[in-house]
Design a binder for this molecule. Structure first.
Ligand SMILES: Cc1cc2nc3c(=O)[nH]c(=O)nc-3n(C[C@H](O)[C@H](O)[C@H](O)COP(=O)(O)OP(=O)(O)OC[C@H]3O[C@@H](n4cnc5c(N)ncnc54)[C@H](O)[C@@H]3O)c2cc1C
Length: 543
């Protein structure tokens, strides 16, 4: 959440709420020092304190006390819903502690039965995780250079999946000490030290997901609905489908949130007048999915779709086969690469395609360059100007008011930390081992100048993730998927008995939603609308 508040994170339940929990659980008594649950245990039960005290401690910081829950308070955070291994340990304190215990498998019933109580619990869980993350001393350690693509991929993966970690640069004293402590050198980085003390050099995402307890085998079952992509469109579809008892699986290569997680502040999504960060949207959406019991599998890349009569089959990079009556493709787009000399060398290692707290920390106090004339670039420039004394916004055209919302364009013009370069393009990226600057060309004069910087943030348009799909699926010349009447007009629609549904592609029972769909507006609200509409089509098609 935007500002984690202790009051929201640690509410005291009313006597009525405690009575309700009592009715769903059992009373358990503990003595001083009894361990109620231990870091590393998965699918823990829910515990509310009836009397006595329950201390929460952080095993990765010499068992430092995180908080002490008293009567009316409760233990647990996001992992109550994800059912992943918890990251803290709970110990009873005082001569006699009485807890109300609700088994994990019944906990969803508590959430659903009294929506107001469910809302308080879920909000508290999310805020607690944020407070823990902000404490900066919890969870696993990643030691790797700030400008290292693999280090940044590991960090993005953990960030998207709410796994707390502390990042160290091997060139800083604490990073060098941490490496020495496990007999590694900067050459081994990125090095991951897990909470159980195990050390891994440059682990693949699947291996890392095992280490942090995130791994969940992708079940080779038959589903009503398989969703490829867990961005706003995929998450919205998963929330609606699972809340309506449609047997649903979601597959994503990195975790929930999609590219929206790369947005520092979304101000045009209905219901959030003061805006919300992409990370916050991702967290809320994911919690809602988990609350309704959707099955979310990550990291998994879907490599092929094989259309079938009754079931379509999705083949993954782990050789899993997922069969579903209806498939929803919500794979979004990837940002176009910076077309400049040397840019490839600094991909995700100085050149970034998102501007969240993860990337901004890599450039704090330095000079940042943002490339692009749309809203995403504008938001990134505003966000980075909070932590960078100078931000250069590089725009190819001669007028950025054409491509950016008025409110944003005016804020940028009024911001003394942002310098706008119109008619300009980056010719080359400079640096040896680290990115150190760019060569900028003013197209109106032909002059080039050099600007020193520590990061280049690129937002110059996108292309859809559709190359893995079979030829039978109709696309436009840029690769966006045709749906509804457009799919029929493509000549690839094979049925004569019926027309395609509005979100149906040219393969019957394969739908497309969000940014990947031709003609969709590339915005969160539209992706969410598409994902929700997809579920109506699912109801018609799965029978
Ligand atoms: C920096 C930035 C700022 C933005 N700001 C705003 C804003 O302020 N307001 C606004 O309305 N919109 C904003 N947008 C746009 C908005 O984020 C997108 O329109 C929205 O995220 C699209 O949602 P989607 O679900 O269609 O796709 P995505 O969010 O792109 O999600 C697609 C998902 O599919 C997964 N995936 C792709 N291929 C595969 C595969 N083969 N196998 C498994 N998984 C796969 C990806 O990992 C990803 O999680 C912003 C975008 C960016 C990048």
């Amino acid at each position: 959440m935007a500002i984690a508040s202790n009051e929201v994170a640690f509410p005291i339940l009313t006597p009525e709420e405690m009575d309700f929990i009592r009715a769903h659980g059992e009373r358990v008594t503990y003595n001083d020092g009894d361990v109620v649950f231990k870091a590393g245990e998965a699918a823990i039960d829910f515990f509310a304190v009836e009397s006595g005290e329950l201390e929460i401690i952080n095993p990765t910081a010499d068992d430092a006390s995180v908080t002490v829950h008293k009567a009316g308070e409760f233990a647990g955070d996001i992992d109550m819903l994800t059912r992943r291994p918890v990251i803290v340990t709970a110990v009873a304190r005082g001569p006699r502690t009485v807890l109300l215990r609700v088994p994990n498998e019944h906990f969803r019933r508590v959430l659903h039965s009294i929506p107001h109580l469910g809302e308080r619990l879920v909000t508290a869980f999310a805020q607690r995780r944020q407070l823990l993350q902000q404490s900066g001393v919890l969870g696993l350690k990643i030691i790797g250079p700030s400008q290292c693509a693999q280090t940044n991929l590991l960090r993005e993966f953990l960030f998207k999946n709410f796994v707390p970690y502390t990042w160290y640069d091997p060139l800083a004293d604490n990073g060098a000490r941490a490496l020495k402590g496990v007999n590694k050198t900067p050459k081994d980085s990125p090095v991951v030290i897990c909470s159980d003390g195990s050390v891994h050099c440059n682990p693949p995402l699947r291996k890392l997901s095992h280490c942090v307890g995130l791994y969940r085998e992708c079940p080779n079952g038959n589903y009503d609905l398989a969703i490829v992509g867990g961005g706003p469109a995929g998450m919205a579809a998963a929330v609606y489908a699972s809340s309506e008892a449609v047997n649903t699986i979601v597959l994503d290569r990195l975790g929930p949130g999609g590219q929206a997680s790369g947005s520092s502040m979304i101000e045009n999504f209905i219901g959030f007048p003061s805006g919300l960060s992409g990370a916050e949207l991702g967290t809320r959406g994911a919690l809602q999915m988990y609350k309704f019991g959707a099955l979310f599998i990550t990291p998994v890349v879907v490599k092929r779709l094989v259309p079938g009569e009754e079931y379509h089959t999705l083949l993954t990079d782990g050789d899993e086969h997922v069969r579903a009556k209806v498939v929803l493709i919500a794979t979004g787009v990837k940002w176009r690469k910076l077309p400049a000399k040397n840019a490839e060398k600094f991909e995700m290692a100085g050149i970034y395609y998102a501007a969240t707290t993860v990337e901004s920390r890599l450039c704090t106090g330095g000079i940042a360059i943002v490339v692009g004339g749309g809203n995403s670039a504008g938001q990134a420039a505003m966000f980075l100007s909070e932590s960078c004394p100078q931000v250069h916004l590089i725009i190819r055209s001669d007028n950025f008011a054409k491509s950016m919302s008025d409110y944003l364009a005016s804020r940028i013009q009024e911001n003394p930390r942002i310098k706008v370069h119109l008619n300009s393009e980056i010719e080359a990226v400079l640096g040896d081992r680290r990115l150190s600057g760019v060569e900028l060309m003013d197209k109106s004069t032909g002059q080039t100048t050099q600007i020193d910087c520590c990061g280049v943030f690129v937002f110059i348009g996108a292309e859809p993730f559709t190359s893995w799909l079979p030829d039978e699926i109709a696309r436009d010349e840029q690769g966006y998927l045709l749906t509804g009447a457009d799919a029929k007009a493509s000549g690839k629609w094979p049925l004569t008995a019926r027309e395609p549904w509005p979100l149906e592609t040219s393969i019957p029972r394969v739908l497309a939603a969000g940014d990947v769909r031709m003609g969709s507006t590339k915005r969160v609200g539209f992706a969410v609308g598409d994902g929700s509409l997809a579920v109506t089509c699912v109801h018609r098609l799965r029978t």
